[in-house]
Design a protein around this ligand. Sequence first.
Ligand code: UD1
Length: 334
Amino acid sequence: MNPQDKRHRTILVTGGAGYIGSHVVLQLVEAGERVVVLDDLSTGFREAVIGAELVVGNVGDRALVERVLREHGVDTVMHFAARTIVPESVADPLRYYGNNTCATRNLLECCRDAGVAQIVFSSTAAVYGIPAGGSAREDTPTAPINPYGSSKLMSEWMLRDLAAADGPRYVALRYFNVAGCDPEGRIGQSTKNATLLVKVACEAALGKRERLSIFGTDYDTPDGTGVRDYIHVDDLARAHLDALEYLRAGGASSTLNCGYGHGYSVREVLEAVGRAHGAPVPFVEQARRAGDPPSLVAVSDRIRETLGWRPRHDDLDFIARTALQWEQKLAAVR
Ligand code: UD1
């Protein structure tokens, strides 16, 4: 590749200081890609960006985005920057439509004007709402039950319509339950006031919180607790690199589920974290949490076929171990 080509192959990662984005940045850098991160550090961490330049700012800042795209010769955008807390989206929907949907519209307009060739978009299984039977294929009707899911679905629609109007080609990845941390322990999930099960379970195991609440034990599932498709963040990050390769090879715009295709219950997750820790996780059983589907599992054939994605860490114990290791590291520094 001559230097001219290289200058036009920079990848802009928005939200690259966050949990998932930072894992993707690390893999891109390790793969020899040139990466620039745009993150306003509202929930991300400066030290999570390893090996790439960090521009501190918001995706909704048009002048800034235009400048970054131009100055870095960006041809690919991976878009993670978003707010992601479901109950917060219910309480403050306009914040979610502003931060997730309107900011994405701004980014897409800048991408179109700058001639960006391809986009990898961070979407969510929340677009399915409560699918019949507890599992979702990409053609399962979308029916989000909270503003977070709606805000992401609207972004998917913009991508679809823009691509149809000769805009950038894209891969939208619908994440199921992302968990675990960099197996080498360099970065992890540092989110404050965490709500996600695996992280909360690790905090409870280490005594950072008194105990974990199991939300609902009367679901129509094998052990009565909610079932989810937990995917290791390292495998999820790899899917983004596979999507990049696919788009560079001229692949058509696609929307793909990111999950392993099988689920675990809350109790099974607690047992795995207990095994990793060597002692049971303290818990209390509580009523169901509003808006939780009983079961949400991916049908993930399409991503395997389209991208050739092959997960390496389809192992709940590995997810629990890497999550716990990171939580121990955080405990040591804070
Ligand atoms: C997460 C994502 C959501 C995505 C979904 C895909 C976030 C904030 N949420 O939501 O966007 O659509 O995965 O499946 O990223 N639980 C407890 N106690 C706790 C925490 C959770 O029992 O303290 C249970 C929940 O009731 C649920 C399961 O654990 O059954 C997973 O919950 P959580 O980790 O919060 O993720 P989701 O709600 O599935």
